[in-house]
Every structure is written in structure tokens, then in C-alpha cells.
Design a protein around this ligand. Structure first.
Ligand code: 5GP
Length: 137
């Protein structure tokens, strides 16, 4: 499959579409999920154009997971969550809906999680949560 550089996350990386960002550097971006599965649901993405984890260069994967950990620690501190589910769906058959590799950080218990990308979140409420996480980074 060929990488589609018009996918939503590629456009967010290029600032063509808005996102509630909490972390950005030259290689990775973290932002709030627009349809959160739980309060504080965050996405961490490498900027390199890979569709799934399997397409991502090992160095990019290694660096991205470092930022995943950094953001998870900030979420734990800022939101006082008890547990965080790290979810990564590779391929449409696995449930991947956006064809740019991403890691979901969901403050929750695996037993409480419903289906993802189901209901649009309250974006003002999400902005408040994003500020809290940013402050803990
Ligand atoms: P996937 O199903 O590919 O693993 O997850 C894609 C995630 O991206 C879903 O949780 C969905 O809510 C989120 N999402 C889809 N479109 C947008 C968007 O335009 N902005 C943001 N911030 N998140 C999005």
C-alpha cells in the first residue's frame, strides 16, 4: 500500500488541519484524540510517512516509544490516572482507520474500554486536559 500524504494525520503534521497539540519536536507529534475513548485520550505519531508500525524505520519506532513513555508519565501526573492503555492498531483488519502510524494512550482499564472513534468529544473540555498534560511534560 502506498502512503497517502493527504491522510488526516499527515495534514495535521503540516498544520493544514487543526489539532489540540501537547508535544512536538522534529520527529514526533502528540495531540488529543478528537473522539476520545476515555478522558485524556492522546495520540502520539512519528512524523515520518509510515502507514503502520510494520512500515516504520526501527530508529523512528524507538524514538517514538520514548515520547510515548514521556507523554504517558505526564498524563499519569496531570490527570491522576490509575492505568493507561497503550493501543497500536496496524492495518484496517486490526481496526486502523487513519493510515498514518499512531500510538493511542488511553487513561483507562482495558476492561472498561468501549469501541474507539465512536463519539465526538467536547473539544473545550479536551483543551483543558491537554493544558494539564502539557504542564506536566
Ligand atoms: P485508528 O482507528 O486509526 O487506530 O485511530 C484513529 C484515531 O484518530 C481515532 O481514535 C479517532 O478518534 C482519531 N481521529 C480521527 N480523525 C481525527 C482528527 O481529525 N483529529 C484528531 N485529533 N483525531 C482524529
Amino acid at each position: 500500500m502506498v502512503y497517502d500524504d493527504q491522510n488526516i494525520f499527515a495534514r495535521i503534521i503540516r498544520n493544514e488541519l487543526p489539532a489540540i497539540k501537547i508535544y512536538e519536536d522534529d520527529h514526533v507529534l502528540a495531540f488529543m484524540d478528537i473522539m476520545p475513548q476515555a478522558e485524556g485520550h492522546t495520540l502520539v505519531i512519528p512524523k515520518s510517512p509510515a502507514i503502520t508500525l510494520l512500515d516504520l524505520a526501527p530508529e523512528a519506532a524507538a524514538y517514538t516509544i520514548q515520547i510515548v513513555q514521556k507523554v504517558a508519565k505526564a498524563m499519569e501526573q496531570a490527570l491522576e490516572v490509575k492505568g493507561i492503555v497503550l493501543m497500536q492498531l496496524s492495518g484496517a483488519a486490526a481496526g486502523q482507520t487513519v493510515p498514518h502510524v499512531h500510538f493511542h494512550l488511553i487513561p483507562s482499564s482495558i476492561h472498561e474500554l468501549g469501541k474507539h472513534a465512536l463519539h465526538m468529544g467536547d473539544q473545550e473540555k479536551i483543551k483543558v486536559l491537554a493544558e494539564k498534560i502539557k504542564a506536566a511534560l
